[in-house]
Each structure stands twice: as C-alpha cells, then as structure tokens.
Design a protein around this ligand. Structure first.
Ligand SMILES: NC(=O)c1ccc[n+]([C@@H]2O[C@H](COP(=O)([O-])OP(=O)(O)OC[C@H]3O[C@@H](n4cnc5c(N)ncnc54)[C@H](OP(=O)(O)O)[C@@H]3O)[C@@H](O)[C@H]2O)c1
Length: 254
C-alpha cells in the first residue's frame, strides 16, 4: 500500500500504543515520519522497526508541553523531508485518577499542558508549514470520555481532551479555505500501556470491555487505521468532526 506516499508526517506519542501503531502503519503506507515521545530508547526501537521494513523515519525526543519541541519537530520535517503534510497530535496522559478535590493544581495544570496546551503549540507551528505545502491534515487524539460519557476520576483528562474538539472545530473553520482539514479522533478503550493502567486487573478489563457494544477493547492498530482514514483521500470532505472509534461504548446501554 502507498496511500501516504510523498507525504511527510509528524506523530506525537509515537513511542507507545496508538502512536506507535500509527507510525508503523503510516510508514508502511509510504509516509516519511518525524516521531516524537519522551522516551528516546522506545522511539529508537520504533524507528528501527520502520527502517528494517524499508520505511523512512527520524525521531526527536521531547515534551509536548514544550513549545520548542514542536518548533523543532516542524523544522526537522522541513529540513529532512522538504515540508509537512500531516500531523497526528496524539500524545496524552490521564494524570492522577481520583476525585477532583484530591487533584492538586499542579497535577491539573500538568494534564492540561500535556493534553490541550500541547495541541495549541503543535498547531501553532504545524499550520504555517501545511499552508506552505498548499494543504494538509491535522488530527488530535481526544476520547469519548467527556464527550459522550462521564467517567469517574478523570475530570482533568475529560476537560482537556474535550477541549481538543473545540480546537479542531475552530481550526477546521479557519483553515478549510487553505485546503487544511482538522479533525478530532475519539478512541474508546484501547489495549495500550495507558489502557492497562486504567484497567489494571482482569476484572477491570472485563468490566471495561463489557461497556462496549462490541464486548472487547480495541487493538491500537484499529485506532491507527481510523487515523489513517482521516489523512487519506477517502476522507477528503471530512473536517471539523469528532470521530468516535469507540466500539459502541457511547451508544451501548447493556
Ligand atoms: N488507551 C486508551 O484506552 C485510550 C482511549 C482514548 C484515547 N486515548 C488517547 O490516545 C492517545 C495515545 O494513548 P495510548 O493509549 O497509546 O497510551 P500510551 O501507550 O501510554 O502512549 C502515550 C504516548 O504519549 C506520550 N506522551 C505522554 N506524555 C507526554 C509528554 N508530556 N510529552 C511527550 N510525549 C508524551 C508517551 O511517550 P513517552 O512515554 O515516550 O513520553 C507515549 O508515546 C492519548 O492521547 C490518549 O489520551 C487512549
């Protein structure tokens, strides 16, 4: 498959889970990748796997709450591959899980910085680069939590992640005329280190799987396929949407 050939993509949160699966898939589809995460060793493993399969990728470790990291990612895409077409702004954290009064301000701010301020910073540097290419596609990884369902203990996560939906709507509206599409992707429970952290026992995993109409949780590859759709010509008229890929948790009642 070469659905993304001649495309240059930034993927954040590429060292693990959904971002890692997207990196492997997008590379297979022909994109040249600039990968981001904090853990340099895990990023190097992903770059190694991509190159072994004949793909093209470089990695930059850094924190998505840091403006300089986003600037560096975009500069690297331009310097190494000649521009930027796609960004999967996917890194995220749940932060501490628990009742809101127990959440201190520093923890709240850290979750908002990683999940929401990171998206503002990413877009700030990515949009001019996409405009210079004459168009492109941005996706922010949000979640169903805080959009179609409350989930006890995840106030900062839900508030910051639902903010991404508003951001995607406004940017889609501002940049549609420039050929730039902007969407939010809303996964359901997915089998990644973050997913395992929330469902940390077989009983918890069964409970979470049972909330879904499909009675199972997602593989990270299934979420990566949905992200790929949002970059492909198949989604050429899709912008400003909040796309649920949630196994039916949002509509299921039994
Ligand atoms: N798993 C689920 O059930 C689920 C459901 C809905 C939405 N999501 C969303 O999907 C996205 C990916 O999560 P995942 O499930 O794949 O989790 P994961 O396997 O734990 O991956 C999280 C990724 O985010 C990166 N990251 C976290 N904080 C960062 C920071 N401050 N700076 C840079 N990178 C940072 C991590 O990189 P390092 O560890 O290298 O820093 C890692 O690559 C997240 O936004 C999450 O909220 C997940």
């Amino acid at each position: 498959m070469t659905g993304l050939s001649n495309r240059v993509a930034i993927i954040t949160g590429a060292s693990s889970g959904i971002g890692r699966a997207a990196a492997l898939l997008f590379a297979q589809e022909g994109a040249a990748l600039v990968l981001s995460g904090r853990n340099a060793e895990r990023l190097a493993e992903v770059v190694g796997a991509i190159r072994s399969a004949g793909g093209t990728a470089v990695a930059l470790s850094g924190d998505v709450a840091d403006a300089a990291h986003h600037q560096h990612l975009v500069e690297t895409a331009i310097a190494e591959f000649g521009g930027l077409d796609i960004a999967f702004n996917n890194a995220g954290t749940t932060g501490p899980v628990g009742p809101l009064p127990a959440l201190d301000l520093a923890a709240w701010n850290a979750v908002v910085a990683t999940n929401l301020t990171s998206a503002y910073l990413a877009a700030k540097y990515q949009l001019p680069a996409l405009q210079a290419r004459g168009g492109g596609s941005l996706v922010f990884t949000s979640t169903f939590v805080g959009y179609t369902a409350g989930f006890p203990g995840l106030a900062a996560y839900a508030a910051s992640k639902s903010g991404l939906i508003g951001l995607a709507q406004v940017l889609a509206s501002e940049y549609g005329r420039n050929g730039i599409r902007v969407n939010a992707l809303l996964p359901g429970a997915t089998d990644t280190p973050m997913g395992r952290q929330i469902s940390d026992t077989p009983e918890a995993l069964d409970f979470v799987a049972g909330l879904n109409a499909l009675k199972r949780i997602a593989a990270p590859e299934e979420i990566a396929e949905a992200a790929l759709y949002l970059y492909s010509p198949s989604s050429s008229f899709v912008t400003g949407t909040a796309m649920l890929v949630d196994g039916g948790v949002s509509i299921n009642r039994v």
